[in-house]
Design a protein around this ligand. Structure first.
Ligand SMILES: NC(=O)c1ccc[n+]([C@@H]2O[C@H](COP(=O)([O-])OP(=O)(O)OC[C@H]3O[C@@H](n4cnc5c(N)ncnc54)[C@H](O)[C@@H]3O)[C@@H](O)[C@H]2O)c1
Length: 368
């Protein structure tokens, strides 16, 4: 199969979908791997590092002409004209919050498999998990910086040190959603010495967190009514709730934010639309804004801040699935239950139930 790896063009996205080792592995299995010139630069790979039999460094158009396109982020507007029928696109898509892209993939009859909805029989999300764990950690590092009065933005933080110091209380961190991103954020924030509370609707998740951290007070069930009081005096709020394939649960509005005036809100779940009505996607070029007296940071690609680590973590997870798609052919490979759950759009139909619900488009069972 011909596999194409375009250079990412989303704002300051430096990850790449395939390492030189991954490219060599696919080429050794008899596939032609096309890497766009400079695609690996942001992750510290030069074109020459990909130089192996069966791997070719080519132009953008030549790469996009491949049968299987593997990427990191969703196609950007400038890339839409490369999409065509029967092309298989394997990447993060987050279509529940991107209806224009979803409509384009439908109209162009692309076979779109979303990393974030590939799901094992046990219910885990193996291609989302590594990036969520990184995003949780980066969110806390970013939040710690934004809390500083000198934080490199036009909006000085409240001047609170995450870990406090002798006789001085630490920052209060509230995390909504205690899955991969939330748990990772909690361990980072705890490691920095902050006071941490995680809220989740899943009792098993709450008990799991209490056991992992050996602290009863670290996690609580999020009830539908009283929980916003947990935001009183919160310094750093992190949004990490997910309903797979659907819009993020919208749990907060401006009046709730007033409870933590002066604080920082990092909405990791912005890629699925965000957990607050005050959340708006930001970019690395313009990462923060002030709303309801809270400094908001809603970057949909937090792992892009650590591309060397993130590319390795991503490709460790994706390569076995790419190999399967290439070796078996896309139509046969998607008979695998985990990959089948990743198929969002197929030949002009929405074939993922959660996505169809989020977009208000009829669900059509996949018949590939
Ligand atoms: N911004 C980024 O750069 C970035 C990177 C990676 C992942 N993400 C996003 O982070 C989010 C979390 O991903 P994850 O892998 O941790 O998911 P996960 O499935 O591991 O965890 C999600 C948690 O949210 C909980 N939840 C669901 N509904 C809830 C509600 N109403 N209130 C509170 N908790 C609720 C679930 O019980 C679960 O424990 C997703 O939107 C994912 O796409 C963003």
């Amino acid at each position: 199969m011909i596999i194409g790896v375009p250079k990412e063009i989303k704002n300051r996205e430096r990850r790449v979908a395939l390492t030189p080792e991954g490219a060599a592995q696919l080429a050794a299995a008899g596939h032609e791997v096309r890497i766009e010139q400079g695609a690996g630069e942001g992750s510290d790979y030069r074109d020459a590092d990909y130089n192996k039999d069966g791997v070719r460094i080519l132009t953008k158009a030549e790469v996009w002409a491949a049968q299987l396109i593997i990427k990191v982020k969703e196609p950007q507007l400038e890339e839409f004209h490369f999409l065509r029928p029967e092309m298989c696109l394997f990447t993060y898509l987050h279509l529940a919050a991107a209806s224009e892209l979803a409509q384009t993939l439908l109209a162009k009859k692309v076979r779109a498999i979303a990393y974030e909805t590939v799901q094992t029989d046990a219910g885990t999300l193996p291609l989302l998990a590594p990036m969520s764990r990184i995003a949780g950690r980066v969110a806390v590092q970013t939040g710690a910086r934004l809390l500083q009065s000198e934080n490199g933005t036009p909006f000085p933080g409240k001047g609170v040190l995450m870990g406090g110091v002798d006789g001085v209380p630490p920052a209060r961190v509230v995390i909504i959603g205690g899955g991969n991103a939330g748990k990772s954020a909690a361990s980072m924030a705890k490691g920095m010495g902050a006071e941490v509370l995680v809220l989740d609707v899943n009792p098993a998740c709450v008990i799991g967190l209490q056991q992992i951290f050996g602290e009863k007070n670290i996690a609580r069930l999020l009830d539908t009514k009283h929980w916003p009081s947990a935001l009183n005096g919160c310094d750093l709020l992190i949004g990490a709730a997910l309903i797979p394939g659907e819009h993020a649960p919208q749990l907060l509005e401006a009046k709730d934010m007033q409870r933590m005036a002066g604080g920082v809100f990092i909405d990791i779940a912005i890629d699925q639309g965000g957990i607050s009505t005050t959340s708006r996607t930001t970019t690395y070029a313009d990462p923060v804004y002030l709303e309801a007296d809270v400094l908001h940071c809603c970057l949909p690609n937090l792992p892009a801040a650590v591309p060397v680590s993130a590319t390795l973590a991503l490709t460790h997870a994706t390569l076995p699935y790419v190999q399967k798609l290439a070796d078996m052919g896309v139509e046969t490979a998607v008979a695998d239950a985990s990959l089948a759950r990743g198929v969002n759009i197929w030949d002009g139909r929405v074939v993922h139930r959660g996505l169809a619900h989020a977009l208000g488009i009829p669900f059509r069972a996949c018949s590939h």
